[in-house]
Design a protein around this ligand. Structure first.
Ligand code: SF4
Length: 360
C-alpha cells in the first residue's frame, strides 16, 4: 500500500480538533501511570466508557498498584468484576498482574513486544499502553480506527480479516504523529466516537470532510466493510434453586473450558434444544445425576434470553424444596446458607436470581 493521499492533512486536522478542547476527560488520562492505563484498557475491552468508569474507580481504590492487585485472589477479582461480563478478562487481568510482579518487579515493560506476551494483552491493548504510558509511536487500532480510516481513505477491506489487520496497522504506522503518539491514538478514538460515529456521523461539521473519500463518494454508510454475521449458538439452561433444610441451598463453581469459568451457579440442567414441556426431562436427569426425588413441586420462571458475543442463552429458573439432601447432591455441590449467596461471584444473568433466593 503506497502512502495514503491526504495523510498529512488527516493527522494535522485530527490533532487540531483534539487540541481545540475536544479531548474527553477520563480519570485514567490524568496520569501516565502504566498500571492505571493498563487497568482501564482491560476494563474497557468490549465495555462502554460509561459502564467501565465505576469499575475502574473501584479497582483503583481496592488495589491502588499492580503489586496490590497481584496479591488478590481470583474470587476477589471476579467478585469486583461482577456485572461487567467477559469474565476471562478478569482472570487474565489477575494472571497478568502476577506475571508482571514476578518477572518485571511489578512494573509493566516499556516494550510493545514484551507487553504482547502478557496474559490478556493483544495488539490494541499493547499499543495503547506503549503509547499512553511510554510515548512509543505504536498505533492503537480498534473499531474506532477501523471506521475512521476506512471512511476517510475509502478502504474496502474487512478490517478483521488477516489482510485487513495488516493493512490498517500499516496505515496507522504511516499516520501516527511521531512527536505526539499518545495524543494521536487518543484523538482517533475520541474523534471516531464523537464525530465519525457508527450511526449518524456528523459529516456536515467534520473538519476532515474536505479529504474524506467516503463522503465524496457517498459511501459513508457502507464503510467499514462488515463481515457476514455469524449465527449465534443457542443454548438452553435450566437452573435449579433448591430450598434445603437449615436455610441452605447448593451451588458450584463453573468448570474450565466453557463460558463463565470460575463463577458460581446453581445446579444446571442443559437441554440440547427448545422443549415445550421440559419438566419431565429435568425430573429424569436430576434423579439420575443427583438423586433428586421426581415428585418435587417446581416453580418455574422464564425463559429469559441473554445474548453473549457468540451465543444466545435461554435461561429458565426453577425453585423447589427438599426435606433431605441426597448424597449425590452433597458430593457434587457446595452447601451454603442462602443468605450468603450475594457474597459469591455470579454470572450477570444469575445475580438478581441469587439475591432473590437469599432474601427468601
Ligand atoms: S466526513 Fe463523515 S465519514 Fe468522513 S471522516 Fe468526517 S464524519 Fe467520518
Amino acid at each position: 500500500m503506497g502512502k495514503p493521499l491526504y495523510s498529512d492533512f488527516f493527522t494535522k486536522e485530527l490533532l487540531l480538533w483534539y487540541d481545540q478542547g475536544n479531548a474527553r476527560n477520563l480519570p485514567w488520562k490524568e496520569s501516565k501511570d502504566p498500571y492505571q492505563i493498563w487497568l482501564s484498557e482491560i476494563i474497557l475491552q468490549q465495555t462502554r466508557v460509561e459502564q467501565g468508569m465505576s469499575y475502574f474507580l473501584r479497582f483503583r481504590e481496592t488495589w491502588p498498584s499492580l503489586e496490590h492487585l497481584a496479591k488478590a485472589t481470583e474470587d476477589e477479582v471476579l467478585k469486583a468484576w461482577q456485572g461487567l461480563g467477559y469474565y476471562s478478562r478478569a482472570r487474565r487481568l489477575l494472571a497478568c498482574a502476577k506475571r508482571v510482579q514476578q518477572e518485571y518487579g511489578g512494573k509493566l515493560p516499556a516494550d510493545y513486544d514484551a507487553l504482547l506476551k502478557l496474559p490478556g494483552i493483544g495488539p490494541y491493548t499493547a499499543a495503547a499502553i506503549a503509547s499512553f504510558a511510554f510515548d512509543l509511536a505504536i498505533p492503537a487500532i480498534d473499531g474506532n480506527a477501523h471506521r475512521l480510516f476506512a471512511r476517510f481513505f475509502g478502504i474496502e477491506i474487512d478490517p478483521l480479516s488477516s489482510l485487513g489487520k495488516r493493512a490498517f496497522r500499516q496505515m496507522g504506522e504511516r499516520l501516527i504523529a511521531r512527536n505526539r503518539p499518545a495524543d494521536f491514538n487518543q484523538a482517533v478514538m475520541d474523534f471516531a466516537s464523537a464525530v465519525c460515529r457508527p450511526k449518524n456521523p456528523l459529516c456536515e461539521d467534520c473538519p476532515l470532510r474536505p479529504g474524506c473519500r467516503a463522503f465524496a463518494e457517498r459511501r459513508v454508510q457502507e464503510l467499514p466493510i462488515k463481515p457476514a454475521a455469524k449465527t449465534k449458538e443457542k443454548r438452553f439452561f435450566y437452573y435449579l434453586a433448591l430450598h434445603l433444610p437449615k436455610g441452605q441451598t447448593c451451588i458450584r463453581r463453573r468448570p474450565a473450558g466453557d463460558i463463565w469459568q470460575g463463577l458460581w451457579e446453581f445446579p444446571l440442567i442443559e437441554l440440547p434444544h427448545k422443549i415445550a414441556n421440559p419438566l419431565s426431562q429435568i425430573r429424569k436427569k436430576t434423579a439420575k445425576e443427583w438423586g433428586l426425588p421426581q415428585g418435587i413441586n417446581w416453580r418455574m420462571r422464564g425463559p429469559f434470553k441473554h445474548v453473549l458475543t457468540h451465543r444466545e442463552l435461554h435461561l429458565t429458573f426453577l425453585e423447589g424444596r427438599l426435606d433431605e439432601v441426597p448424597q449425590p447432591l452433597k458430593k457434587n455441590f457446595r452447601l451454603v446458607n442462602r443468605k450468603n449467596l450475594p457474597t459469591f461471584a455470579w454470572p450477570k444473568p444469575l445475580v438478581h436470581w441469587a439475591e432473590k433466593i437469599a432474601e427468601m
